[in-house]
Design a protein around this ligand. Structure first.
Ligand code: IVH
Length: 775
């Protein structure tokens, strides 16, 4: 499928592509922020985002509240409690050139309808390269400190933030005149010296070192044990606030003074200046002094000084109109590529990592750089022995930008990407549409075992108390646990438990607790059991839906085994997944068997489809047109629909509402592998009981009703709302139709509200919904 110009996209094609892009972006965000292992280059990521933004700009009615364009930064991880920010923590738009800064100032003047010659006052602040934190003070006392998370909800890291000390994060505000409730915001960062010293010591002792001060600050702040954070050299600069929207200052400069009076460090290089040229002067001065500041900055943030003007200017989607980040250009260096290592992740994906002759880029010693995937290596024609240009753009993992061809050694050969997993020797295959090869070794692959076991004992899966990463690694090293069932065997194994006491210094009580923690999970709900298996594409929500649909383990397992008998191709998945192409349309296509020769060679494909399948609804015709480039493509689709009719089990799984063909195929592939089946059997044998899932309730006010949530929900997250509604027997849908019973609308509801009015659907506020379902 080639990318059509945005202007040519039909609404349906745009909708389908937006959904696909949103899924891809969510996946790459998660890889980047949570897994530290991006699969694609920044440039490719930016291209995805740009395409998404372009389509949304052309079809504004398709912008969803949960669109990537409405989200900021990383999702939240599981280890910390959630904190809902009083006011969302937004991000900033970027400017990369002087002209973009001038445009920014001009845009503001235009928006405020200021006369041409009047200069706007700004505050220019160094853009600290750390991670932002929000500190809620109630009556002057620090109540909660949180990370930004996804912008609305962050992680509760209060205990860790307190370890920064009174001089940086006061437990009580100093001075007077602070609002009764105030969310002070700023950046937690690590001084460069302290970071370098930490890494040197860590490397000498064989402990984990960090790629840059920002990762170091983030890793240090997100420790489960605050004592570890306390030992890390972290600092803080305050520069913003959430609640209250107004009241304690009239200007940004005044607010910074107040923050300093209350006891926070504020950046001494922040200054008030007028007009775009004033901003650019500050930028040049900071750029010149950058290396000597003692901490990393990756640009300068410009903010309109007067807060009443800020309020008038307001926000566009994720960022304020009254501020911008003027980024420094990326820093580059050249070095020699000494080797390419292959890392294996939890799901077995193979990532090439460049091993480099150490070189300093922007004050940080770089020894490794990501090469993302094999196409990237081929595209840049990177060879071992090459001299490469390395780039570090502040907050990202170093990238190899290009090779220097003149300095290539005569004998440098193109890199042959391994076809087998370096950790276990199993074949590594690359599926269509995937950027990376994946090891097929599953749980026989040592690189994947610990990661998978971590998933298995995780909070949303088996949630085994007393068994964390540290224990898993230790027990795996001793050869005690290789697969989930071994965890349960450990709790019965007298010899291993004795060894824990004798060799690992476990006391009677801790051994007792560990055994109790494990034994407690011999009874487990079906959804947790399914999720715990760690099948690709089977997330928590899908597991819940599957459990409800199949009710018992034997029924679910039977469907999976049946599905494993007939695994469809990627094309089949794509055809069945296309939003506008209903199962009936697929049958129509299969039965029609279009002739191989093109009967209307001159006509565009959408017209050909209309001529060939007059009985198909228009949306389905357009959906098919996005899948087939030409007549031959259409013939191929029809053959797939005809020949690859799903096996019974697969159809049964894919037919469950909310599951779909991708997940069904993933289960089929998983259960086809004998080693996975053996792993599951062994685990089942250790269970006392896998509890049947509850049938959907039928005795609640919303049982059997269809509900749609829209707008920016304030009383609950979308996931919570959905889980709650489903637990009460309601069906949650993503779009409003005649069959919808309720539309629950938060602020900013758009096209769905219009649809609801059109179809006469009952519209409820969040509170009305809560009242209906009983609080
Ligand atoms: S103001 C609504 N000021 O940059 C605007 N942000 O890209 C809130 N940052 O998330 C942010 N120094 O982590 C602001 N002086 C500064 C900053 C700063 C660093 C970071 C912050 C923010 C990101 C936005």
């Amino acid at each position: 499928m080639t990318e059509s110009p945005v202007a040519d996209l039909s609404r349906e094609a745009a909708e389908a592509e937006l959904a696909r892009l949103a899924r891809a972006l969510a996946r790459h965000d998660a890889l980047y922020y949570q897994g530290d292992a991006p699969e694609i280059s920044d440039a490719d990521y930016d291209a995805l985002r740009r395409r998404h933004a372009d389509i949304e700009a052309r079809f504004p009615e398709l912008v969803k509240p949960d669109s990537p364009s409405q989200r900021v930064g990383a999702g939240i991880s599981e280890a910390f409690a959630e904190v809902r920010h009083g006011v969302p923590m937004l991000s900033l738009d970027n400017a990369f050139s002087d002209d973009e800064v001038r445009d920014f100032a001009a845009r503001i003047a235009r928006f405020l309808k200021l006369p041409g010659e009047e200069l706007i006052a700004f505050v220019a602040e160094p853009k600290i390269d750390g991670l932002s934190a929000s500190l809620l003070y109630v009556d002057g006392v620090l109540e909660v400190g949180a990370t930004r998370g996804d912008g609305r909800t962050g992680e509760d890291v209060t205990a860790n933030l307190r370890t920064l000390g009174e001089a940086r994060i006061p437990s009580r505000l100093k001075g007077s005149g602070w609002p009764a409730r105030v969310e002070v915001r700023g950046e937690v960062y690590a001084p460069t010296d302290a970071f370098t010293a930490f890494n040197a010591a860590a490397e000498a002792e064989g402990r984990r070192s960090y790629a840059n001060p920002r990762n170091f600050a983030a890793g240090s702040l997100r420790q489960k044990n605050p004592a570890i954070t306390a030992g890390r050299p972290l600092n803080f600069f305050a520069y913003a606030w959430g609640e209250p929207a107004e009241g304690f200052s009239e200007t940004q400069a005044g607010a910074l003074e107040k923050l300093a009076e209350w006891g926070f460090p504020t950046n001494p290089r922040s200054v008030r200046v007028e007009g775009a040229e004033g901003l650019l002067q500050v930028y040049r001065a900071l750029e010149a002094d950058r290396a000597t500041l003692g901490y990393d900055i990756d640009g300068v943030v410009y903010k309109v000084d007067r807060l009443d003007l800020q309020a008038r200017l307001g926000f566009v989607a994720r960022s304020p109109r009254w501020a911008i980040a003027h980024k420094f250009p990326a820093q580059q260096a050249t070095t020699v590529l000494e080797g390419i290592d292959i890392q294996v992740g939890r799901t077995g994906s193979l990532t090439p990592v460049a091993r480099l002759a150490p070189v300093t880029v922007g004050g940080v010693v770089v020894r490794n750089a990501t090469l993302h995937n094999e196409d990237e290596i081929a595209r840049k024609d990177v060879r071992i022995g090459d001299t490469v240009v390395l780039q570090r753009a502040g907050d990202v993992i170093p990238q190899i930008v290009a090779v220097v061809p003149e300095r290539r050694p005569a004998d440098a050969l193109p890199f042959a990407f391994p076809t087998h997993c370096p950790a276990c020797g199993s074949e590594a295959v690359r599926e269509e549409g995937e950027a990376r090869r994946r090891c097929t070794g599953g749980l026989i692959c040592p690189a994947q075992i610990v990661e998978r076991l971590k998933h298995f004992v995780g909070r949303k899966a088996f949630d085994i108390e007393g068994l964390g990463e540290k224990q898993l690694v230790a027990f795996h090293e001793r050869g005690w646990i290789r697969e989930p069932a071994d965890i349960f065997r450990l709790a019965r194994d007298k010899e291993q438990l004795t060894a824990l006491r004798a060799e690992d210094g476990y006391g009677e009580t801790s051994v007792g607790n560990l055994v109790a923690g494990i034994d407690a999970r011999r009874t487990i709900s079906l959804d947790r059991f399914i999720y715990g298996l760690g099948v690709r594409d089977i997330g928590e929500q899908t597991s819940i839906v599957l459990a409800r649909a199949f009710e018992t383990w034997p029924a679910f397992e039977a469907a999976c085994l049946a599905a494993a008998d007939g695994i469809p191709s990627e094309d089949w998945v794509r055809l069945n997944e296309a939003p506008a192409v209903s199962p009936r349309a697929v049958v129509t296509l299969a039965e029609a068997s279009p002739p191989a020769g093109d009967p209307w060679p001159e006509a565009p494909i959408d017209q050909q489809i209309a001529l060939a399948f007059p009985s198909l609804a228009a949306p389905a015709r357009r959906g098919l047109a996005t899948l087939a480039d030409d007549w031959a493509g259409l013939v191929r689709l029809a053959a797939i629909a005809r020949d690859e009719g799903p096996s019974e089990g697969l159809g049964q799984i894919a037919g469950v509402s909310g599951v779909g063909p991708v997940a069904a195929r993933a289960l089929a592939l998983f259960f086809r592998e004998t080693h996975n089946r053996a792993m599951v059997d062994a685990l089942v044998a250790e269970m006392a009981r896998i509890e049947d899932a509850e049938r959907p309730k039928t005795d609640t006010p919303v049982a059997g009703r269809t509900v749609v949530f829209t707008g920016a929900l304030e009383r609950f997250t979308r996931d919570e709302a959905k889980a709650r509604a489903e637990a009460l027997g309601a069906k949650v849908s993503g779009s409003v139709s005649r069959k919808t019973d309720f539309l629950v609308a938060g602020p900013g509801a758009g096209s769905k509200m219009a649809d609801a009015l059109k179809h006469g659907v009952t519209v409820l506020t969040e509170d009305e919904w809560l009242a209906l379902i009983g609080g």
